[in-house]
Design a protein around this ligand. Sequence first.
Ligand SMILES: *Cc1c(COP(=O)(O)O)cnc(C)c1O
Length: 458
Amino acid sequence: MSENKIPYKIYLTEDEMPKQWYNLRADMPNKPAPLLNPGTLQPMTAAELEAVFCKDLVQQELDNDTPYFDIPQEIRDFYKMYRPSPLVRAYCLEERLQTPAKIYYKFEGNNTSGSHKLNSAIAQAYYAKKQGLQGVTTETGAGQWGTALSMACGYLGLDCKVFMVKCSYEQKPFRREVMRVHGASVTPSPSNTTEVGRKILAEFPDTNGSLGCAISEAVEVAVKNPGYRYVLGSVLNQVLLHQSVIGLESKLAMDKYGVKPDIIIGCAGGGSNLGGLIAPFMGEKLRGEADYRIIAVEPASCPSFTRGEYRYDFCDTGMVCPLAKMYTLGSSFMPAADHAGGLRFHGMSSILSQLYADGYMEAVAVKQTDVFQAAEEFAKVEGILPAPESSHAILAAVNEAKRCKETGEEKTILFGLTGTGYFDLMAYARFNDGEMQNNIPTDEQLAESLAKLPKVEG
Ligand SMILES: *Cc1c(COP(=O)(O)O)cnc(C)c1O
């Protein structure tokens, strides 16, 4: 089909929506390292994981071999409320940049929660319900995951207890309220409702909270209350599996028009949207059927891939969770109060970490002020107010497109536009007022938290 036939938006039909998730691990020559029990340093068994996580999700977490998992009909029905999501050809951005590059983005912000997180939230809530549980607990930092999970639980009639990092709870009252609309209870963390919360409050009465602390509280409540399990919105293998729907839809839409991306770009916090977007493309690359340049974009304030070490580490600051092998800055690393809240995690998905270590993908770290400048350039021409997290991918895509302008290469670029920025307007205000800063950790700061990594072989 000729180039000018490609519409601004490529939609799949409902019937074309994926009926299975793709498990990239099945095609990986080197599998991601297993989660370890922090006490015994042995791989976590299904029985150990099931004390904290839902049963079916544990199976998905541990399965490195099954390439496809059926998406249950109930989940597909829910997906139909906001999927298939559009694949947009960014003609206006191309025009603005005067680039010969062809730019596409997959837009995941078209739902009330405003991000891709709903793709996994509904799956996790579904399996909790199927297991006959009463509810789930979780933490949320910036609030996107908590919002998505509240929507999914509200839909299925499950109780949802969200521990929200205290400073976000106070700074983002609107997100908190959306969660309550959907029936979730939202507790600022640290709180006096848990043992670990009371302990932290006694020691640091003025703390603003942290993701690590909120995780510890959510896990405690799940473990102590029969009928409850803990769920997590990124990093885990199961989350990347659910998010593969992003990449599968993108690939189908591009195949329909005979388009093949040269470069695939996504922002990377815990790695779930990037892992999902690249899944089917990376599968082809691993099987030797095609080649793609794949780029992870992270904030210079929290640069796990580009400045971290590939080691076993805790996923939480409270050190109650299993150890994961990943690119990490150390679980005691405290990223600066950056505005891309969804990218402020010290570690990275084990799947993406292994692929990066094996040389299948690249990573770049970008500065916050450059990210917001790209976000506003994009908003002006494409008409979408992007989330700060997503704007990391925009910036990298724009930089690649500018390079094409210099070299005259007509590369096809695909990037993930993970969400919208309506709850991030305070951050935009800071940028517009010229008050935004770039907080980049020094080598000494990183060395300090890396020195505290647990000493584990592997
Ligand atoms: C949570 C979030 C991210 C980062 O998380 P990943 O697991 O790395 O995808 C990116 N964009 C948005 C909009 C988010 O909410």
